[in-house]
Design a protein around this ligand. Sequence first.
Ligand code: CTP
Ligand SMILES: C[C@](O)(CO)[C@H](O)COP(=O)(O)O
Length: 231
Amino acid sequence: MTSVLPTFWVVIPAAGRGLRMALSTPKQYLQLNDGRTVLEHSLSCFLAHPQLKQLVIALAEDDRHWQTLPCAQDQRIKRVTGGAERADSVLAALQYLERLGAQSMDWVLVHDAARPNLKTSDLDELLQSLKDDPIGGLLAVRVRDTLKQAGLDGRVKQTLPRELIWHALTPQMFRFTPLKQALKQALAAGAPITDEASAMEWTGAKPRLVAGRFDNLKITQREDLNLLGID
Ligand SMILES: Nc1ccn([C@@H]2O[C@H](COP(=O)(O)OP(=O)(O)OP(=O)(O)O)[C@@H](O)[C@H]2O)c(=O)n1
Ligand SMILES: C[C@](O)(CO)[C@H](O)COP(=O)(O)O
């Protein structure tokens, strides 16, 4: 018998400038070949999921694209202004979740607006794998290539063991209050936080790795567009 998946809140950090993409349009608003934007694709699995509570999207203060999208009319989606870094944007969205009634041990999933290729099968695998976990965790994929550590001279210093190395993906799934507190404390301490798991790790927690698809890629640089069929 398939067990019931947990209900969950969603936070979408979408306030980035896409500097590494270096295009006039922020990368989350680039159109894929079906005419929908990267952001609309990144939202789609959540908006179609029966267990979604509500979704908070963090946008740049001067974002003029969001209101042009049909999903901006979806009453389940609330918007907040993002911050200087991704972690600031996530924290701003978490603080808004409190106003929406998020309870301490509610599940929160954080997913990059720049990851349009998330599959429902991966989302459900994450929910199923972590629904009874005391900490939470993240979708991740094992490193496939041989890993080289560079020296300051730009030459190979050594080959690193890769058996235990994973790429962190999103969504990342944690309980509301522990995540909010971890982010607040880690940011206040100036810790280098690049994902939700690193904030939880900073507090001593050990998030669980849930194997996901390698093609759940983050649109970051120009060459990534070809991988997703963007002309
Ligand atoms: N201050 C920020 C920075 C990033 N993000 C979001 O976090 C996700 C992952 O960040 P990244 O890929 O680094 O996006 P950008 O910051 O836009 O890219 P760049 O670093 O090249 O400027 C993206 O969906 C981005 O919109 C955010 O909400 N707030
Ligand atoms: C959250 C993330 O996508 C996990 O790999 C990654 O850390 C985002 O990093 P970025 O430098 O903000 O793109």
